[in-house]
Design a protein around this ligand. Structure first.
Ligand SMILES: C[S@@+](CC[C@H](N)C(=O)[O-])C[C@H]1O[C@@H](n2cnc3c(N)ncnc32)[C@H](O)[C@@H]1O
Length: 409
């Protein structure tokens, strides 16, 4: 139960500095275990491994995004993705802003390198849309610094719109909240329904006999996890939907997080893009070992205890959970579709036509390759999905023709 299955020995080895950094994070995890007086849940471990101050993967200074990092996200491929989202923001702002004065804002969650914000602000400028504010809510102090450095290179009037927040905006606002690949970076718990039908969860304990100084243990699930698994089983059709033993992941705190980041948006749209699927697909009976993956230098593996702090740890987003939680919080489900359909709906055609004009052949080939990566089924086109939620608007963000997957939620 809860054992890594891929051969992590085939991965590139980190240098001594990086290994020293990881050892400090292991010591911090061991201290947390000692303080708790028992093994900590996988979610608590992942929270430390990704976000521990100065040590966690997202909190410390290594390069994560792009070719020299560990993974590539859609905004890192080029500016097409952000320019399409800017067109979507224009659609929402057209319903919110009065002709003479714009008050609508953008709030971006988890802005990574800042590349999306950079291209989105230029994209908005190109279609003559000026947000009153472009807020960024970023948990990593290191990434926030990098975002500031990059965005300071924008024309001054665009940079002046950007404001970093330490917490979700307290004051009510209208506009658009956007997040790309942020939900998948929220800590997850791992559960196992055993052959006997018991629900167990993964915890992490100190073990000086192992190479990492840590080990995974299976313990009876806490009440919130057992309840969440039971309600998942019910949602999937009741009875016993899975081949046992069945292991998977679940994000217990998702509804609270959603509430905290969206509660101040009084009118507008929330758009999340991420990899994942509806619950029926994600928790398919034969997917018996979940979707948890670690990313290190463009290699994916499932060794969650390997080099804490040096690798990303993530799992698929359950979009049914996002939709259900959002509707309970009073949001209207505006649409759920693939990334390819999202971009087509958000005027990909127009964006490309504008970019092709006067572009050199080399530039056109580069653009074609970027669009292929964003939209082809074997690339990001189908694995990545988009969910749009709206409140107080006559028209949502997506046109109904592009919300084909909605019935699956
Ligand atoms: C996988 S990266 C994606 C970065 C960027 N959106 C992109 O597409 O390139 C996840 C980002 O979310 C941030 N993050 C994680 N949890 C967060 C939270 N609770 N609130 C805001 N940002 C968060 C991370 O620090 C990081 O910037």
């Amino acid at each position: 139960m809860f054992e890594a299955t891929t051969d992590t020995a085939a991965l590139p080895t980190p240098n001594d500095d990086a290994l020293g950094h990881s050892a400090q994070l292991v010591a911090a995890v061991q201290a947390a275990i000692a303080q708790a007086g028992q093994a900590i849940s996988l979610g608590e471990y992942v929270h430390q491994a990704l976000y521990a101050s100065n040590l966690g993967y997202y909190a410390a200074g290594t390069r994560k995004f792009g070719e020299q990092g560990d993974f590539v996200t859609a905004p890192e491929l080029g500016s097409v993705f952000a320019e399409c989202v800017a067109r979507g923001i224009r659609r929402v702002f057209a319903q919110l802003n009065h002709a003479d004065r714009g008050h609508a804002c953008v709030l971006e969650l988890g802005a990574g390198s800042g590349q999306f914000a950079y291209d989105c602000l230029l994209g908005l400028h190109a279609v003559k849309v000026k947000p009153a504010r472009y807020y960024i809510l970023e948990v990593s102090a290191d990434l926030r610094e990098r975002q500031q450095e990059l965005l300071a290179t924008l024309p001054h009037d665009l940079f002046a719109l950007v404001e970093w927040l330490d917490a979700p905006p307290a004051k009510p606002f209208e506009g658009v909240i956007f997040a790309n690949e942020v939900i998948d970076a929220l800590p997850m718990e791992r559960f196992c329904v055993t052959a006997e039908g018991d629900v167990r969860m993964e915890c992490i304990d100190t073990d000086m006999a192992t190479a990492s100084g840590l080990r995974s243990v299976g313990v009876p699930a806490t009440a919130p996890i057992a309840e969440a698994v039971a309600s998942l089983q019910k949602e999937l059709g009741g009875g016993d939907p899975w081949q046992l033993p069945f292991e998977s992941e679940i994000r217990i705190g998702l509804a609270d997080w959603l509430h905290s980041v969206t509660k101040s948006l009084t009118r507008g749209v929330v758009l999340f893009v991420d990899y994942g699927s509806d619950a029926a697909e994600l928790y398919r009976s034969d997917r018996t070992s979940g979707t948890l993956l670690c990313h290190y230098r463009h290699r994916a593996h499932d060794g969650v205890l390997l080099w804490p702090g040096l690798q990303d740890i993530t799992c698929w987003v359950d979009f049914s959970q996002v939709a259900t939680s959002a509707v309970e919080l009073g949001w209207t489900l505006d649409g759920y579709t693939t990334q390819a359909h999202l971009l087509i709906d958000l005027e990909l055609d127009d964006v490309l036509t504008a970019r092709f004009e006067n572009a050199s052949t080399t530039r056109r080939l580069r653009l074609a390759s970027e669009v292929k990566q964003l939209t082809l089924p074997g690339e990001m086109g189908e694995r990545f999905k988009a969910i749009a939620l709206s409140r107080g608007l006559e028209h949502g963000l997506l046109t109904p023709a592009h919300t084909s997957l909605e019935r699956r939620l």
